[in-house]
Design a protein around this ligand. Structure first.
Ligand code: GLU
Length: 283
C-alpha cells in the first residue's frame, strides 16, 4: 500500500506550486493508498495561524481529501529529541556556537570554500573544539546548534547508500540513485532556536507516519541524500521518492510570498474553480 504526504509550512498562503505538489501526492497514492497531510511548523517564528487555517481551507476547496490524522511538527519535539539522542550516542553530533556572521567571515577568509546545493558549506569551525571547550561554552549559556559530523557519520558505512527515484530529479534522474551524503557538509540537525531542523523532522515524521513514497518538488531532490543518511543512522525504513517539476512564476523563478496573485485564495476570490487551477498547472 502506498502512503504519500503533502507537507506544507504555514509561512504563507498556498499558491499554484503547492496545488501542483498536493495534487501529485494525492494522485500518487493510487486507488488503495493513503494521502497524509503534515504541517511543517517547527520554525515557530515564521509560522502564522491564519496560514495554517488556510492550508485546510484551500486543500478542501481543491477537493484533495487527506487522512484525518494530521501531524503537526510543533507538537512532536519529543520525537525529534529522541532521534538526536540516538545520533548523539553514535558520536556523530557536535555543538556549533557560530553565528551566521562568524560563518560568513570564516568562509570569506578561506578562499575557494566548497559549495553545496544550499550555498557554501559550513567551514567546520566548531568541529574541532575539544570536550572541555564545548562544555565550558554550554555551561556559560552560549546558544548552540547541533551539527552532523558528516565524515564521522559516513565513515562506518560499508557500502554506498541508494534510494529509489520514481519521478524525476532536476536532471531527469530516475531509478536507483547513489547517495552523495557529504554534498551538504555538516548539516544542522537542531537549530539554536528550535530543537529540530527540517532534515531531522522530515526523516522522523516520514518514518512515524509510515510514508512509503515521498512526493515533492525536485528542488528537494538533493535533500534526499542527507535524509537517506539520517534514515540509515537512525535505523528507519527508506521510503521511495517521486520528485516532480516545479511550477514556476512567469519570470522562471520560484513563486514567492510576494506573488499574491497566484495564491489559491486570491484565484478563488477572482472566480477560478478548482478545475481551472488543475488545468492551469497541468495536474
Ligand atoms: N515543508 C517543505 C516545503 O514546504 C516540504 C518538505 C518535504 O516535502 O520534504 O517545501
Amino acid at each position: 500500500m502506498i502512503v504519500t504526504r503533502f507537507a506544507p509550512s504555514p509561512t504563507g498562503y498556498l499558491h499554484l506550486g503547492h496545488a501542483f505538489a498536493a495534487a501529485k501526492a494525492f494522485a500518487a497514492r493510487g486507488s488503495q493508498g493513503d494521502f497524509l497531510l503534515r504541517i511543517e511548523d517547527i520554525d515557530i517564528a515564521r509560522c502564522r495561524p491564519e496560514f495554517d487555517a488556510a492550508i485546510f481551507e484551500d486543500l478542501r476547496w481543491l477537493g484533495l481529501d487527506w487522512e484525518t490524522s494530521v501531524r503537526r511538527q510543533s507538537e512532536h519535539f519529543g520525537d525529534y529529541g529522541a532521534a538526536l539522542k540516538t545520533l548523539d550516542a553514535k558520536g556523530v553530533l557536535y555543538p556549533c556556537f557560530c553565528t551566521r556572521k562568524d560563518i560568513a567571515e570564516e568562509i570569506a577568509r578561506a578562499s575557494g570554500a566548497p559549495h553545496g546545493p544550499d550555498g557554501p558549506l559550513y567551514p567546520g569551525t566548531c568541529r574541532g573544539l575539544n570536550a572541555y571547550m564545548r562544555e565550558a561554552r554550554i555551561a556559560a549559556g552560549e546558544a548552540y546548534a547541533l551539527r552532523l559530523d558528516i565524515a564521522k557519520a559516513t565513515a562506518p558505512l560499508a557500502r554506498s547508500l541508494t534510494f529509489e527515484e520514481r519521478g524525476e530529479g532536476p536532471n531527469g534522474e530516475h531509478g536507483l540513485q547513489i547517495v552523495q551524503p557529504a554534498l551538504f557538509g555538516d548539516v544542522v540537525l537542531a537549530r539554536k532556536d528550535s530543537l529540530a531542523s527540517y532534515h531531522l523532522a522530515v526523516v522522523v515524521d516520514d518514518a512515524l507516519q509510515g510514508v512509503t513514497l515521498v512526493t515533492r518538488g525536485n528542488d528537494l531532490f538533493a535533500a534526499a541524500y542527507v535524509q537517506r543518511l539520517l534514515q540509515e543512522l537512525l535505523g528507519l525504513p527508506a521510503p521511495a521518492y517521486a520528485h516532480h517539476r516545479l511550477i514556476l512564476a512567469p519570470d522562471g523563478k520560484k513563486f514567492s510570498k510576494r506573488d499574491a496573485a497566484v495564491t489559491l485564495r486570491s484565484l478563488r476570490e477572482a472566480g477560478h474553480t478548482p478545475q481551472d487551477i488543475f488545468r492551469q498547472i497541468g495536474a
